[in-house]
Design a protein around this ligand. Structure first.
Ligand SMILES: Cc1cc2nc3c(=O)[nH]c(=O)nc-3n(C[C@H](O)[C@H](O)[C@H](O)COP(=O)(O)OP(=O)(O)OC[C@H]3O[C@@H](n4cnc5c(N)ncnc54)[C@H](O)[C@@H]3O)c2cc1C
Length: 381
């Protein structure tokens, strides 16, 4: 049940019914496989076909292109249910990539790619970060040179979610001058694409079911018609305008994970007996969990408010920056406090709380680091 502590118009009965369907599917079809997927280091691309067929992959895409034409709140509800079962960000990244095509693609591009993205025939990645630039994205060097009716792409990317499993990439690359005005977004269909190579699947301290990879482009040739929107130099503006939604894709899991950590810790501390009482009976435990319950409540309220504003079209960048840094920092603190109450068991990878702890760490880094968020907020003070 989504907390209805502060009722918002976006939380209507339709979205609650949708959430229940997603929850049933995720619990039945995905959760039992998570351990095997963590062991192998990726979720197979085919997994998302079933998800797509049920309309859970891209509900926000217009019906004309294979989606359900509902608000982005539906996608955020999907992410909530996935986070509760520790499913990583594969489909969040997929949604980000698809929404560039929804918002900026030409009619031909929408018809070509969106139905396959909505059905799960394609799994998408978004490739921005390079070995030499992450936060400072406008310094990216991967470039696409126009050659007749094609672009020829050279360069490399790193830390790309779905890097090993994606069949469609939205690539941020340089088509012009230095700085932000020379950046464009180009779509690559990567299966069998000459000159494209997936490098190492990078080993991470958490999010083990999510594949994160290096990508290499050596004279990769794609049709000029793959430039999103058909006009060069729009990439940076396109990237920036999607950011409020993308930040919420990280805040919603933060809220879900704090709630999950609280539930797990309440159950454990009520079971575990020490010194003739349960761990929950210690006043310290009760106070710590009261604090985490408060964090869960306040984070959820803020996130719900941001979702309402996103749906209304009034979510400003600053609120999204605030939500991104603050909710993810609270997630880190709350999960850490919860883990402590498990004692040594909290450090054992077989305990979900240990995984939540390791998985939470990246939340403060990807999608814009805490420091970058604070810097952006400070500029407007
Ligand atoms: C698991 C994982 C998955 C990822 N998935 C993707 C993906 O799918 N696609 C993609 O393109 N990228 C992805 N990334 C990359 C991610 O977005 C970057 O790691 C992030 O933006 C930070 O960039 P960086 O790693 O180059 O760090 P840097 O930019 O080098 O930052 C180093 C430090 O400097 C600080 N810093 C930077 N700028 C400022 C400033 N102005 N003021 C103060 N401090 C500052 C940072 O906060 C950080 O502490 C992923 C990363 C990880 C770890």
């Amino acid at each position: 049940m989504l907390p209805r502590l502060h009722q918002h118009a976006w939380m209507d009965d339709d979205i609650e019914a949708f959430r229940e369907q997603v929850q049933r599917y995720v619990t039945r079809e995905l959760a039992p496989n998570m351990e095997a997927w963590r062991q192998q280091g990726f979720i197979p691309r085919e997994t998302w076909r079933g998800f797509g067929e049920l309309g859970f992959l891209l509900p926000e895409v217009p019906e004309a292109y294979g989606g359900s034409g509902v608000s982005l709140a539906y996608q955020l509800v999907v992410q909530n249910e996935l986070a509760r079962c520790e499913v990583p960000a594969d489909t969040a990244v997929h949604s980000i990539a698809a929404n560039y095509i929804v918002d900026y693609g030409t009619e031909e591009q929408k018809q070509r790619w969106l139905p396959k993205l909505a059905s799960g025939e394609h799994l998408a990645g978004i490739a921005m970060t390079e070995p030499g630039c992450g936060s400072d994205l406008k310094a990216l060097r991967t470039h696409a040179r126009r050659d007749g009716d094609d672009y020829v792409i050279n360069g490399s990317k790193t830390f790309i979610t779905n890097g090993c499993t994606a069949s469609l990439l939205v690539l941020a690359c340089r088509t012009g001058e230095e700085g932000s005005k020379g950046v464009s977004l180009i779509v690559l269909e990567t299966d069998g694409l000459a000159g494209f190579q997936v490098g190492r699947r990078l080993e991470k301290i958490g999010m083990h079911a999510s594949n994160t990879a290096e990508l290499f482009f050596d004279n990769v040739r794609v049709p000029a018609g793959n430039l999103i929107g058909g006009v060069e130099g729009q990439g940076f503006v396109q990237l920036m305008s999607q950011l409020p939604y993308e930040r919420l894709l990280l805040c919603v899991p933060a809220a879900a994970v704090i709630e999950l950590a609280l539930e797990l810790t309440l159950a454990y501390t009520r079971e575990r007996k020490l010194f003739g009482q349960t761990v929950f009976d210690f006043q310290n435990t009760r106070f710590k969990l009261a604090q985490v319950a408060t964090q869960a409540h306040v984070v959820r309220s803020f996130v719900n408010d941001c979702i309402q504003r996103l749906v209304d079209g009034t979510l400003d960048n600053e609120a999204a920056y605030m939500a991104k840094w603050w909710c993810t920092e609270e997630q880190g603190k709350a999960v850490d406090e919860c883990l402590q109450l498990f004692g040594g068991y909290g450090y054992m990878a077989e305990y979900p709380i240990a995984r939540l702890y390791a998985d939470a760490r990246v939340q403060r880094i990807y999608g814009g680091t805490t420091e970058v968020m604070l810097d952006l907020i400070a500029r407007k003070l």
